[in-house]
Design a protein. Structure first.
Length: 77
């Protein structure tokens, strides 16, 4: 099982979109500075996650949230 997730930086208000097979571990990695692209912008809170049956479907949803329309939807978070 895979998940698409969206994090919001408490410090900057920026969003981060990603996929994982372990939500708790991934959030810990972001908040502990183990992820290079997010280490200077934490702490992070998870504002959305969705279960997907496989990695391919999770990647499709992640790409949607990184698109123009997907970014527009994030303004509601």
């Amino acid at each position: 099982m895979y998940y698409v997730y969206i994090l919001k930086s408490i410090k900057t208000g920026e969003f981060y979109k990603g996929i994982t097979n372990d939500l708790k571990r991934r959030l810990f990695e972001h908040n502990s500075g183990k992820t290079i692209s997010t280490k200077d912008k934490g702490p992070w809170k998870m504002v959305y996650h969705e279960e997907c049956p496989n990695r391919t479907e999770a990647r499709k949803k992640e790409k949607f949230f990184k698109s123009g329309f997907g970014r527009e939807l994030l303004k509601n978070f």
